[in-house]
Design a protein around this ligand. Structure first.
Ligand code: S3P
Length: 190
């Protein structure tokens, strides 16, 4: 994977940023866009878990849900999380439901840092309008119920970023700053 010029210009002490960064949050919260930018900024591989599932099965997410059901999809999600936690370094975007499972959360928490991209519901609905590639996006009402039922899981991420107001590039810098602060606090408390 190519390294962005930025990642080389400004030295980011490798030790201050955990090797594996997991982006969690609801559909449409920007996990893939921000994950890709963050990976480029850090000069690390980017992994989108849904893309991995599609590559592995040769089926779109919608087709997987239709042919095998959500439970089978969730099982694949857990299996693939079990693989990516062993990557030497990566930025990993998870599907919106992946952090709901306690088994998944435990694997992720033991492997690296999790970041919740917390995005306002109105923005999410706007972004998802007119898209038809997410089987659980059946109506705004259903989306709201689903989001509400997941908030307590997302809140278990190590960091929460307000993803509603800033542009992706700014959010990436905010994430890097928060990760550095966290590492400084940790090393000064030992
Ligand atoms: C899902 C979110 C989707 C995808 C699948 C299920 C969910 O990923 O994993 O459609 O349960 O919220 P994104 O969050 O990347 O849209």
């Amino acid at each position: 994977m190519s390294r962005a010029p930025n990642a080389q210009k400004q030295s980011l002490p490798a030790s201050s940023i955990p090797p594996r960064i997991f982006l969690v949050g609801f559909m449409g919260s920007g996990k893939t866009t921000i994950g890709r930018l963050l990976a480029r900024r850090l000069g690390r591989p980017f992994i989108d878990l849904d893309e991995r599932i599609v590559e592995r099965t040769g089926r779109s997410i919608s087709r997987l849900f239709a042919e095998r059901g959500e439970a089978a999809f969730r099982q694949l999600e857990t299996e693939l999380i079990g693989e990516v936690i062993d990557e030497p370094e990566a930025v990993i975007s998870l599907g919106g439901g992946a952090f709901v499972s306690e088994v998944n959360r435990r694997m992720i928490q033991a492997s690296g840092v999790s970041i919740w991209l917390d995005c306002a519901f109105e923005i999410i609905v706007k972004r998802l309008e007119g898209t038809n590639d997410r089987p659980l996006n059946t109506s705004p009402e259903q989306l709201r119920r689903l989001l509400e039922s997941r908030l307590s899981s997302y809140a278990q991420a190590d960091l929460r970023i307000d993803a509603s107001r800033s542009q992706p590039a700014e959010l990436v810098e905010e994430i890097i700053g928060r990760l550095r602060d966290r590492s400084t606090r940790r090393s000064s408390s030992t």
